[in-house]
Design a protein around this ligand. Structure first.
Ligand SMILES: NC(=O)c1ccc[n+]([C@@H]2O[C@H](COP(=O)([O-])OP(=O)(O)OC[C@H]3O[C@@H](n4cnc5c(N)ncnc54)[C@H](O)[C@@H]3O)[C@@H](O)[C@H]2O)c1
Length: 383
């Protein structure tokens, strides 16, 4: 799984723990990247192609993400190399957390990432006999179910509103395209409609639904709750377009909330919108980011716009030790305030320096981590 220490640099990882179990065939890894600002926190994924390098990269992203939202946790991530659909996944997950019983929850609290569900958080709490071992458990166990509540998508819409205000764009006149109608895209669309925006298109991997006068988002979200992704093809009264066509539509704001690498240089040159808010992780290639910056199109970077789940996870860390159910309303207020403040701060700083918003957000995060390392005399640190 690992053959050298090439993943290590000045920032971390501070610790990599590989675990295995012969009986179940479980193989997994925990990476604690940088704890200068607080204990390591990040999700656990289950994927058949998982590598140590991948988990180390994701742990580093968490270091920057926590610092960028200015919450006092450090970067960490864990992973299990297994197909999440296999019949014995529960036994594998149980073996994984048993093997990491020294680290969970003392040094790492399990959270949900690709391939893991709220039910898995409950399994981890059960296996270690500790409600504090995992966050993201179902509401019935006093957890904070991020996707069910649509927290990340809600935060993405708050970032859209904050960025639109910063650019002098009235959201109530704005036409918005949302790519992706999963947990993030559907919740973002719902909140955008609530804020008065005209959502003219939403899409899944195989369907684009379009209406120049504005979609009936409430009906689409309700249909998704009942039918899943198929809802987009079912709801009557709107036009259907070919997959991918959503990126070529006339709109003021684009929210890519589906997957990575969807906007390359060619698409960046053709986009007609004034604002792009990244709901998905890494939807715009670095050269395409430069093109958008040169064209004066404002971009709110992923780890600023989609940090709603991270803010909620911070609340969930407290909730797992409390007998009181987490207060849903308070969490949404905190997500809104944090995301709006961070979005505006990054745009103001980027305007001031002329650097791209991605470079600005990255710099802000690195400066905060460096300051914490200096205060703890963890030298040398990169300039
Ligand atoms: N769920 C979260 O809390 C969260 C938090 C931070 C970041 N993200 C990121 O947001 C993105 C979406 O996550 P999600 O949880 O909503 O996933 P999801 O699986 O619930 O939904 C993904 C949606 O994107 C669509 N899609 C996939 N590929 C597409 C393509 N090429 N073109 C158009 N549509 C496409 C799918 O059909 C689906 O509607 C991912 O990049 C994820 O890493 C999610």
């Amino acid at each position: 799984m690992i053959d050298d220490l090439s993943v290590v640099d000045e920032w971390g990882p501070e610790k990599i723990v590989c675990v295995s179990d012969a009986r179940t065939g479980m193989r997994g890894v925990l990476v604690i990247d940088n704890t200068a600002r607080g204990p390591g926190k990040g999700g656990t994924r289950m994927s058949p192609t998982l590598t140590v390098g991948e988990v180390a990269r994701l742990a580093r992203v968490m270091t920057w993400k926590w610092a960028a939202v200015d919450l006092y946790f450090g970067g960490a991530k864990a992973g299990i190399r297994a197909d999440p659909h296999r019949h014995d996944r529960e036994a594998i997950l149980r073996a994984f957390v048993r093997a990491l019983a020294n680290e969970i929850p003392a040094e790492y609290v399990l959270g949900l990432d690709m391939g893991l569900t709220e039910r898995d958080a409950a399994t981890v709490q059960d296996e270690l006999g500790d409600r504090g071992a995992a966050v993201g458990a179902p509401g019935a166990l006093g957890g904070v179910p991020y996707d069910e509540w649509g927290i990340t998508g809600f935060g993405v819409a708050e970032a859209v509103d904050a960025a639109a205000r910063h650019r002098g764009l009235d959201l109530r006149d704005a036409r918005v395209v949302v790519q992706g109608f999963g947990a993030v895209g559907s919740a973002a669309s719902a909140r955008l409609a609530e804020l008065g925006a005209r959502v003219v298109a939403v899409s899944s991997v195989d369907t684009v639904v379009y209406d120049a006068d504005g979609l009936d988002v409430g009906r689409l979200v309700a249909a998704r709750a009942e039918l899943g992704e198929a809802a987009l093809a079912e709801v009557a009264g709107h036009r259907r377009l070919a997959p991918g066509a959503e990126l070529e539509l006339e709109a003021d704001i684009l929210v890519p909330a589906a997957t990575q690498d969807v906007i390359d240089v060619r698409i960046a040159r053709a986009l007609g919108c004034r604002l792009v808010v990244e709901g998905a992780n890494l939807p715009i290639s670095p050269p395409a980011q430069e093109v958008l910056a040169r064209r004066g199109i404002t971009v709110v970077p992923d780890f600023i716009a989609n940090a709603g789940g991270v803010v909620a996870a911070a609340y969930a860390m407290d909730a797992r030790r409390s007998p009181f159910a987490p207060e849903r309303g308070a969490i949404f207020v905190a997500v809104s305030e944090k995301i709006r403040a961070n979005t505006t701060a990054v745009l103001v700083e980027s305007d001031r320096t002329g650097a791209t918003t991605h470079a600005t957000a990255q710099r802000l995060a690195a400066d905060r981590v460096r300051a914490a390392m200096e205060l703890k005399s963890r030298f040398p640190v990169p300039a």
